[in-house]
Design a protein around this ligand. Sequence first.
Ligand code: NAI
Ligand code: MG
Length: 502
Amino acid sequence: MNAAAQNIAPSSEARSFLDRDHRLLIDGKWVPAASGEVTEIFDPATEQKLATAAAGGKEDIDRAVAAARKALRGEWSKLTSYDRTRLILKLADELEANIGLASEIETLDNGMPRMVAHYSIASFGCDFLRYYAGWATKISGETIPVSPQGVRNGESLTYTRREPIGVVGAIIPWNAPLIMATLKLGPALAAGCTVVLKPAELTPLAALFLGDLVKRVGFPDGVINIVTGYGETAGAALAAHPDVDKIAFTGSTEVGKKIIAASIGNLKRVTLELGGKSPMVVFPDADLDKVIPGVTRGAFFLNGQNCMAGTRLFVHGDIFDTVVERVAQMASQFRIGHGLSPDSDLGPLISGEQRERVMGYVEAGRKSGAELVCGGDVLPGRGFFMKPTLFSKTTMDMSIAREEIFGPVLCVQAFSDSDLQAVANEANRSIYGLSGSVWTRDISVAHRMAAMIDAGQVSINCHAAVDPAIPFGGNRQSGWGREFGREGLDAYLKTKATTVIY
Ligand code: NAI
Ligand code: MG
């Protein structure tokens, strides 16, 4: 059964949020877009209109950046690091206190099952903010006892200060809208930066909900500005803005390259979290009772609409047929439906356009000679649902195995070589290098293989282990820089060296 038949209705609390006149948060005030334009927001599970949001453009970005610049020099800069910690913790507490409504809005906007929304907001919303709240008081420089310009030892001192990088433009995607916002805000605020946040045009609601909490918590005006709107207009204006010091972007590799091009004007700093085509490598000694749920979820979590999705499964020939059969069995048993139904394991894809794009890959997979083991169809009726799809006997020259599909499509390929490097070479045959996993009980194979996979993070006997403290980011065309952990904070700081000769 799919969503339309389930007749799912939002709660009255969510309804009254959705029905609001959604505006832009600029300098502490909700204001309409200068052009007066709006975008319509749809529930991907029912294709029904949910809400109307302001479509901000260049003029709004200019106003938001000016507010962020003013705030950077204002009251915000006078606060102690303890004050910043307290404010970020308060934001986490507010989010936790409202997690029911937050997760309902996230589900309506994005389609993900409510339990997934709840879990992700608890850990990557609330706890992530708390993790970075703690960092605000631990930002420090070094003292360097050098003797520049020929001064005698002991007559000079250099110290470094870590200063906020300045005004940050955060451009985020639609696949986990609320947590994407907190992932950018946490380290930026801990570092003392100010932010202009540009949510994805398909899913602006979570950020707007967060905007309410930001106001309630009492951040000084202009520290956090939210401009909803399209990528080509609002996003591009932010990326190119001469008074923005850094862009933190998550999204497609294609747009990531445009962000770099747009940054050239003022040489702003850029960090990029982009696409992936992550391998999962299963050796014949692995514990299949852990492997099957692990790799199946690794591939189909959020319908594969997540950058770390394990979309290429490499299985040793000895266990190939068993693994393919069991993964297909589990994938076929996922219950598909409206994310607000407690019975749904998977929701819809984000949009009709996205589903068409994914189905285009399914068609290409069929034509390429890969073996379709399960799925490959959309669900009839309303909502952008499709079945988890597994292709076996794929090779790395097929587009389904090479390109990021961002949908529920898993490619499985056998390996028989006892040469680990050959297996790694196959796993690394991708323009991406975001994530990967190795499944074996042999610790030597596990660590050797993990070292050989060219990715920002590799998990052993699980896939995509993420935590606020674990550095996260990609190699090659999966991105620039790392988020999370101390490195994630460093990306929002710049160093000033001060030397005194006495
Ligand atoms: P996208 O990369 O176009 O959108 C991400 C964000 O960038 C949105 O906020 C969008 O408004 C903004 N944006 C778009 N064009 C821009 C521009 N010229 N300048 C500044 N900002 C801009 O992603 P899209 O088109 O929604 O999805 C297409 C494909 O991208 C997906 O099928 C998937 O393969 C990939 N993708 C990957 C993500 C990841 O986390 N790795 C997230 C979202 C999409
Ligand atoms: Mg795009």
